[in-house]
Write a protein that binds this ligand. Structure first.
Ligand code: 5RP
Length: 256
């Protein structure tokens, strides 16, 4: 593997345990001022010491995150639609690789929508982004299965995740499901799990625990951290599950 690409990946998935806690705050790119993300400086910046990397858009990075803060950036580079549309799949590459490099991104992220009417567009966008990333040693995180109406089961998710890997993604983000090991076992690159809509803290920690137990390389969690009543404690608890091997119960008991 290319040195730069490998080096950037190791900033995200920590070599000591091959795990990661990625804090996702990119929701505004199609959801607008999501609850908990209205004021990034006060709600998110205090969480950064506990995150292995931060996933966000260039607009929020430039305007809200001090460049002196030492955190690997996973830059969301796809966009083009909003929650006002029934179909979220009409996305394109919305940021150049040169700008991602200027922002010192450790990886770039793009969504694909397998089974949607814009499936082909997303898959080709991913392949083109991988080509551009390979030119400069920038890994691509493919985001799968975002959308309202779909059965997020192992059959669908393993299809979506495998297609992302086949197109050259270095990491794939998806949702947790029953038989999750099937999704991971048929994917040749690390799989990380999104938290999804806000649930109870214990439930979100259980999701993180089951995900890593069944082979995930960690989480890319947003709302279940920044919408928690105790976001710092919650991200510490997620870390304890992902990196320290605590059960959800143990992490909840010691951190929350
Ligand atoms: C949306 C995303 C989010 O980053 C992802 O869903 C993770 O956030 P959450 O844990 O809130 O689901 O990629 O397209």
């Amino acid at each position: 593997m290319d040195y730069g690409l490998k080096n950037r990946l190791s900033r995200i998935i920590k070599p000591k345990d091959n795990r990661t806690v990625m804090l996702a705050i990119d929701h505004g790119y199609f959801m607008g001022p999501t609850s908990g993300l209205e004021d990034i400086k006060s709600s998110i910046v205090p969480l950064l010491p506990y995150a292995d990397s931060l996933m966000l858009t260039r607009g929020i990075l430039r305007s809200q995150v001090d460049a002196a803060i030492d955190i690997p950036i996973v830059l969301r580079v796809s966009g083009g639609t909003s929650i006002l549309k029934d179909d979220l799949s009409d996305e394109d590459i919305a940021v150049s690789m040169e700008d991602a490099i200027r922002l010192n991104a450790s990886a770039v992220a793009l969504s694909i929508f397998i089974g949607s009417k814009n499936e082909r567009q997303g898959v080709i966008n991913l392949a083109r982004l991988v080509d551009k990333g390979n030119r400069y040693g920038i890994p691509v995180l493919a985001v799968t299965a975002v959308g309202r109406e779909m059965t997020r089961d192992a059959r669908y998710l393993s299809l979506a995740v495998r297609i992302a890997a086949e197109m050259g993604a270095s990491i794939v983000k998806t949702y947790y499901c029953d038989d999750f090991e099937r999704v991971v076992d048929t994917c040749p690159v690390p799989v990380i799990v999104a938290g999804g809509k806000k649930t109870g803290e214990k439930q979100a920690l259980e999701l993180a625990y089951n995900a890593v137990k069944n082979g995930a390389a960690g989480v890319d969690m947003g709302r279940n951290i920044f919408q928690s009543g105790k976001p710092i404690n919650m991200i510490m608890a997620v870390r304890a599950v992902v990196h320290d091997g605590l059960t959800a119960e143990e992490a909840y008991g010691t951190k929350l």
